[in-house]
Design a binder for this molecule. Structure first.
Ligand SMILES: Cc1cc2nc3c(=O)[nH]c(=O)nc-3n(C[C@H](O)[C@H](O)[C@H](O)COP(=O)(O)O)c2cc1C
Length: 185
């Protein structure tokens, strides 16, 4: 069955995580609605990820609280924020909802809907780590942008997909990006 997924994109490096995730969701028949922060739009251009837009079912303006995801009665199966900046992560952790992406994440937490955050920063300071701990306690899943190498990825896309596979599993989307380890060895 098709799931409606909300994808928030912030101005952290690694917009390719959003591109690959939305591409796979679209190919699997799950429509993706996008919300980008203003900085995300700039980083997207800098990282040459314009193809992200073509995988979106809808794109919502960051300052329009009249759009569906701002409401608890919306019907999204899950929200992912990828990549997630430390700034947006801190605001979600503090319950600050002063743009549509932040409000949508806040709605997911209050409605107990799956919320996956893909933070990208290095190194993390104590505030980042504390915010992540708060979010995990509030019900979010923190899936850091830490690709794995044990399947010997050959391309950057393969590497990125090791993170995307984990995100898909956490939002309960069936996929074949990472076969069970038992069938791999
Ligand atoms: C090219 C570029 C790369 C950045 N990478 C990161 C990053 O990896 N992680 C991060 O937390 N912030 C990063 N930043 C800083 C954020 O864009 C900045 O903190 C911004 O306020 C985030 O706002 P947003 O969460 O509303 O998008 C980067 C900025 C630029 C211009």
């Amino acid at each position: 069955m098709s799931k409606r997924i909300l994808l928030g994109v912030t101005g952290a490096s690694g917009i390719i995580y959003a591109t690959r995730l939305s591409m796979h969701l679209k190919n699997l028949g799950h429509p993706v609605d996008l919300i980008l922060t203003k900085t995300a739009e700039q980083v997207l251009k800098h990282e040459a990820q314009e193809q992200l837009y073509k995988y979106a079912h809808a794109i919502f303006p960051i300052d329009d609280y009249f759009k569906e995801p701002a409401s608890g009665s919306s019907s999204y199966s899950a929200m992912v924020v990828a990549p997630c900046s430390m700034g947006s992560l801190a605001k979600i952790s503090a319950g600050i909802a002063d743009n549509l992406l932040l409000r949508s994440a806040d709605v997911c937490l209050k409605e107990r809907r799956p919320l996956v955050l893909v933070p990208r920063e290095m190194p993390y300071n104590a505030i980042h780590l504390q915010n992540m701990q708060n979010l995990e306690k509030a019900g979010a899943s923190i899936i850091s942008a830490s690709p794995s190498f044990y399947r010997n990825p050959k391309t950057i896309e393969d590497l990125v997909d090791t993170v995307v596979a984990k995100v898909l599993s956490h939002i309960h989307v069936t996929h074949s990006l990472a076969p069970d380890w038992g069938t791999h060895v």
